[in-house]
Design a protein around this ligand. Structure first.
Ligand code: ZN
Ligand code: ZN
Length: 156
């Protein structure tokens, strides 16, 4: 049991790396047509960007199914992917973008930095020149601002 929980937690941590890379190279790369809606003013509750969340759900369900079919502990990897998806919805949609019934102010240094870093991610409207692609880890804000200026300076 302990091993399974470690697999789940390990997956959760690894998913931040996967999520950061996917956001940077897929969502701001060839997958921009789906992510674009998220960098534009929002019209309704749903955006085409939510397709990525759906993909995450399909992947986690597939992993759970394969794991249960005799390839343990893949179901716990699937559980970790699902947990990351749920945390993403809470942090990104709820906390960063305030899609919650009431506004929640960031408290503490970690959450404040995370929140501001995501604001900086949205400081760039287009596909290129953005900074801070992670959801639960943010580089120091000063570094992000410097990076943003440099990107703007080079015409990105
Ligand atoms: Zn983005
Ligand atoms: Zn966002």
């Amino acid at each position: 049991m302990l091993f399974n929980i470690l697999v789940l937690l390990g997956t959760l941590v690894a998913m931040e790396g996967v999520g950061t890379l996917a956001h940077k190279y897929i969502m701001h790369g060839w997958g921009w047509w789906l992510h674009r809606s998220h960098h534009e003013p929002q019209l309704g509750m749903l955006e085409t960007n939510d397709v990525y969340l759906l993909a995450l759900a399909v992947i986690s369900l597939a992993l759970v199914a394969v794991g249960k079919a005799g390839h343990a502990p893949l179901q716990w990897v699937g559980g970790g992917v699902a947990a990351y998806g749920a945390l993403y919805v809470i942090a990104h949609d709820g906390f960063f973008h305030r899609h919650w019934p009431r506004t929640v102010r960031p408290v503490g240094r970690y959450l404040t930095r995370l929140h501001r870093a995501h604001r900086l991610h949205h400081a760039v409207k287009g596909r290129k020149g953005s900074v801070s692609f992670g959801f639960f880890y943010a580089p120091p804000l000063k570094r992000l601002v410097r990076e943003l200026r440099r990107n703007r300076g080079s015409g990105l």
